[in-house]
Design a protein around this ligand. Structure first.
Ligand code: BGC
Length: 747
């Protein structure tokens, strides 16, 4: 601090002496400091050898094992030789400090390292998986979860996260749907912005903020047949309209880095896509940060069949606009030869080094390479009581009540014995979900524990596993049935293991795996009030469970506080308010299934479901099991009085929402718009706004949504975005399928 004041005074004095002016503004001093940053980067660039430059463009894995770092000399040597600019998966203060020390004390130019890590939904305090978080529709909470994640990660040496993943996912077979915010582009943009703000805060130089990374650029979620890493064949219009906007939202929010995707688009792997990385991202969008390849995605271009050798792949990637090579050593190994053969240019290498060094400068690492190595912070700022309480609330908020007949939930007060049955009831490891960073499964609260914590001495809580998540072993059924028979109330904990979603975890059948449906039916048949609680990383096709269960609560993977947050919902301490951000299909044959589809020339008509020659299936309804935006509450809401008022290009949509049930509750009021006639076909409706509001029982809230005409704009075949005059319909409702509506004309 004192040092920085002295430095400012020195600068002020210098400016004063040279300007001849007697008046110097703070802005002048600050801009001079910024220049000094650029000057630092430029002067370093001038001193760097080619190897040192290529080193800055290389990111390597540390050799971290389960219990701690095993110091592996290879990457240590790479750091020492100035051949590594960043490390991946190295954290905790002592470890990071030691590696950083090698970089800033043992290398010629003393350039500090970046330390990256997949802090996807929390660092030590693990929050619900991102798909679950998105179901809160609570942007402030999502931002805060990432603020806490950044605070914890920076307290352990991390200064760069590989998040947010902003890939739109319309195919629940794709395991990485769990890492994103679901199927909707508009909501995806809002969440992308919140998450970048959460990680990066207001000032990257603060010791508790972290570089964010928008990934995977682009259209990774559109992989054919939902199979990870698969080909993407997509129209330019769909790319612009549905898949690119959340990335643009990240740029607008100031995201510091981008990661390429593994897939190809129209035959070009993203890692070699000059149009995507240079023309669009850096050119049109004016992105100023750096682009990292995904893990060995440069090398994988040989498998893609677009490069004969890794050397060629390195050339394609660098020339396309990749600045940093993750784990592939391709730039490091072939940069020299490629330069000599004039296949890459020094200017392009310099450009890449410049943006990497700038990121380090922006983080404050040149001022203090150990800024993120503070032992005290590591001891005091991790898993605080306050943050755990917040995580618990977030779990409750992310739960989506899918079904609740006969008011099965919340658990009635007169219940004295509860049977908790199922393979996910007491599985700490699964609560973490995919990408659990430094989260420890031992710290997770299971559903069984959460229920016991709330039940206290008043209620007896008993457990039987019943069966495994997968496999056909039914030997535990009898014990489960007996327990259910002797209990007042049954909770069934069903779903997927944590490793059934996430990277490389696509599934062709997305019903409950193994014999879980059989277990559920056998237990439900006994006739005790039974609620099914689901744990999973994607929408499931639970048509069978839906037939037998009276109550179903979707809880995703809630993280450290999973069991406590879910128990709050089950006991009615928190009235559920979560809404789906991805459609639940009836079966896999409906996929891809999403709410903002096109009407077609022969639309399916719900009132005449058997009509021939319309766009439908013979064997199943077109309607999904649960639509986008769906989620019940323990109270009920009634929508009325929709009005649309226009004034110039301003559109105001008014609606009354009444709480007609017997409890106070939060509702996510959703606004959708349909453009009735366009010069190209438009979706049946598109989300354009929402408000999450608390409405007391008996109360009516008057809500106003304000849009601008530009909110009606869409991409045209020439890739220009503008709106067209004509008739529109505003739909307001509790989900994308149950709405009230009003049409209006825009001139
Ligand atoms: C994933 C990325 C991740 C990277 C580093 C890759 O396999 O696709 O999302 O950030 O590994 O762990």
């Amino acid at each position: 601090m004192v040092k920085s004041i002295l430095l400012r005074l020195q600068i002020a004095f210098l400016l004063f002496s040279f300007s001849g002016s007697s008046f110097i503004t703070l802005a002048q001093i600050q801009s001079h400091e910024e220049d000094t940053g650029n000057a630092k980067v430029e002067s370093l660039l001038k001193k760097m050898t080619l190897d040192e430059k290529l080193g800055q463009l290389s990111l390597f894995m540390s050799d971290w094992d389960v219990t701690g770092p095993k110091l592996n000399d290879n990457y240590r040597n790479l750091i020492r030789e100035g051949k590594a600019g960043a490390l991946l998966n190295a954290y905790t203060v002592d470890f990071v400090r030691e590696l950083q020390r090698i970089a800033v004390e043992e290398t010629r130019l003393k350039i500090p390292l970046l330390f990256g890590y997949d802090v996807i939904h929390g660092h030590r305090t693990i929050f619900p998986i991102p798909l679950g978080q998105s179901c809160t529709w609570d942007l402030a909470a999502i931002e805060n979860a990432d603020r806490i994640a950044a605070k914890e990660a920076t307290a352990e040496g991390i200064n760069w996260t590989y998040a947010p993943m902003v890939d739109i996912a319309r195919d629940p077979r794709w395991g990485r749907a769990s890492e994103g915010s679901g199927e909707d582009t508009w909501l995806g943009c809002k969440i992308a912005e919140a998450r970048v703000k959460g990680f990066q805060g207001k000032d990257l130089k603060a010791n508790n903020t972290i570089l964010a990374c928008a990934k995977h650029f682009a259209a990774y979620g559109a992989a054919q047949a939902g199979r990870d890493y698969h080909t993407v064949d997509i129209s330019q219009l769909s790319l612009y309209e549905w898949y690119l906007p959340p990335f643009k939202a990240c740029v607008d929010a100031g995201v510091a880095s981008f990661m390429t995707s593994f897939n190809d688009i129209a035959g070009i792997p993203s890692t070699a896509n000059k149009w995507l990385l240079s023309d669009l991202l850096r050119g049109t969008w004016e992105f100023k940060g750096f682009v990292v390849s995904d893990y060995t995605s440069i090398n994988e271009m040989v498998n893609h069949g677009i490069a004969a050798t890794v050397k060629d792949a390195a050339m394609l990637a660098l020339n396309a606009g990749v600045d940093m090579d993750m784990q592939g050593s391709a730039f490091l190994n072939f940069g020299d030869a490629l330069l000599k053969e004039d296949k890459i240019k020094m200017e392009r290498i310099d450009e890449a080094v410049r943006v990497v060094l700038e990121a380090k400068y922006n983080l404050g690492l040149f001022d203090d390479p150990y800024l993120y190595c503070n032992k005290q912070r590591q001891e005091n700022e991790i898993m605080t009581a306050e943050d755990l309480a917040f995580a618990r609330k977030m779990v409750s908020e992310s739960c989506v009540l899918l079904k609740n007949e006969k008011q099965t939930l919340p658990i009635p007060d007169n219940v004295r014995t509860i049977a908790v049955i199922g393979p996910l009831a007491d599985s700490k490891k699964d609560m973490l979900g995919s990408w659990s960073a430094a989260g420890k499964w031992e710290n997770c609260i299971t559903l069984l524990e959460g229920i016991k914590n709330l039940a206290g001495d008043r209620v007896g809580v008993f457990y039987e596993k019943g069966c495994n998540v997968s496999g056909d072993d039914k030997s535990g059924f009898d014990a489960a049935i007996n327990l259910a028979q002797s209990s007042d109330y049954v909770i069934l904990a069903l779903g997927e293991n944590r490793d059934m979603s996430g990277e490389a975890a696509s599934r062709s059948s997305i019903d409950l795996p193994g014999v879980q449906n059989d277990l559920a039916e056998a237990v439900i048949k006994i006739g005790k009030p039974t609620a099914a609680v689901l744990f999973n990383g994607r929408p499931l096709a639970i048509t069978r469970l839906n037939l037998s269960a009276l109550a179903i609560l979707e809880t995703w993977f809630g993280g450290t506080q999973a069991g406590n947050g879910i128990a709050d919902v089950l006991f009615g301490i928190y009235n559920p308010s979560g809404k789906l951000t991805m459609t639940f299909p009836r079966n896999e044959g409906q996929i891809p299934v999403f709410y903002n589809y096109k009407n077609t020339g022969r639309p399916y008509n719900q009132k005449d479901p058997d009509a021939k020659y319309v766009s439908r299936y013979l064997d199943i309804s077109n309607e999904p099991l649960y639509p986008f935006g769906f989620g019940l509450s323990y109270t009920t809401f009634f929508y009325s009085g929709i009005e649309v008022n226009l004034s110039g290009t301003d559109i105001h949509i008014k609606v009354d929402v009444s709480n007609t049930g017997s409890r106070d509750g939060e509702e996510v009021v959703q606004l959708y718009i349909q453009d009735k006639v366009g010069s190209i076909t438009r979706p049946v409706k598109e989300l354009k706004g929402f408000q999450k509001v608390m409405i007391k029982k008996g109360e009516t809230k008057k809500l106003i949504f304000s849009l601008k005409a530009d909110d009606l704009a869409f991409y045209h075949p020439d890739l220009k975005k503008y709106w067209e005059p004509g008739e529109f319909v505003a739909y307001v409702g509790t989900n994308s399928a149950e709405t009230i509506s009003k049409s209006f004309w825009m001139k």
